[in-house]
Design a protein around this ligand. Sequence first.
Ligand code: KIV
Ligand code: ZN
Length: 524
Amino acid sequence: MSRMIKIFDTTLRDGEQAPGCSMNLQEKVEVAKRLELLGVDVMEAGFPAASPGDLAAVKAVSAVVRNSAVAGLCRALDKDIDAGWEALSGAVRPRIHTFIATSAIHMEHKLKMSPDQVMERAVAAVKYAKKVCEDVEFSAEDASRSDPAFLCRIFEAVINAGATVVNIPDTVGYAMPDEFGRLVRAVIEGTPNIHRALVSVHCHNDLGLGVANTLAAAAAGAGQLECTINGLGERAGNASLEEIVMGLRTRRDLLDLDCGIDTTQIYNTSRLVSQVTGVKVQVNKAVVGENAFAHEAGIHQHGMMANRETYEIMTPESIGLPTNRMVLGKHSGRHAFEDRLKDLGFALDAKEVDEAFAEFKTLADKKKTVSDRDIEALVRGAAVAVPETYRLDRWVVNSGSSLTATSTIRLIRKDGAVLEKVAIGDGPIDAAFKAIDAVIGREVELEDFELGSVTAGEDAQGEAIVKIMRDGRRWNGRGLSTDIIEATIKAYVAAINAMEWELAATESPAATESPAATEGAAHA
Ligand code: KIV
Ligand code: ZN
């Protein structure tokens, strides 16, 4: 039987901390539920000491996840570990993940500590964490640029202190696959008590080698692979979960390794993460890109018709890509719609199906045909929507080449107040956003705005993604409509709702009592 490898997902921590990838608490919980369905062994839910919002999110994820272990990242500091445990203690299988850098360049210039001091701090942190949590992971940050002999010594010491997992990160994506495989082997051979811990790797993608290095490490004996959905993460990202897993599955003949992931959940998880972060998946991305299973060239299509295996090394069904392209329209009934939802991997309760069906009918009145993509867009949007502080009631925008753009927006606040404002702006979108700002009475900064379409065709739904910022914090909103101005206004209102909801939650006394709230740790 193939050796089983554990999959540690860090989309909610390393992925989320990348610029433009932030998620609100509700979105993190939805992603966590999806990761559990996917079957990850461990999910890292955040960095609790970084902010009260991070702490609250790790706590919320810990409360809903039942099967996967939930990890929280902590620097090798007592106060970080206290915040970590506060966030994780409600989890069924909590894991404290503590780290400190071990490379000469990091120790000398960043930490200003000697190797002996780093060793002492690492051991103390693991012992401190172990007092409250049985499962403790220790990471040697920048391990791939560290002295292998020092790595073995520090791993031996932290395992003696109680670490259950030792992680070898290629923090800056510097390693080459052969070299990284050799490092993993050297650690396994050179750390006398290594059999008492699981060896993990965590690779970044700065040279595009994150997945290659991870697979080389697995072949060399690593037992846990750290990765993110869609390869999100700092800079060029982390090794992508879907590529690692499909690499293990597709080349089991060569590697003789396997993992517990339900690959048919890959596509849905990738779409959800793309939607909540507002980060699109590149069309030619391996496994989950739009073109990953598209065969355009005539000669390829001919081969495929004769035998799919001529050009297909894995099937779209194996990653849960919907292949039923039959379209629904305004005459389709609730049963057909519900069946399609099931085919697409959504498990909704009766009330949610009713709501989605009502939205489907509204859309089907505007569009001739409603595709799987349209349905996914409707349902995924509803799953991560936060309670509305403001609801868009109506809007008017006037613009043209010879007049100043003006907009009137009417929003209904959750207490029932009807709020309407008029604004002028530099174009229709600017005028609409300014009118909304006037209604809510808060200043927000527009960080990014993207407009696309859910499907092709003249009556396609427009999909707008708006990212806003206030006091250094970011929120995303998404809007769908067959009218692109309406899609954009809806996206802006959705981002405002995400902001209002999170501000209200983090300004509540429960969230501000945490030590992290007063000590303000920085992100790793
Ligand atoms: O890249 C890295 O080194 C990390 C560690 C904190 C595991 O993310
Ligand atoms: Zn990392």
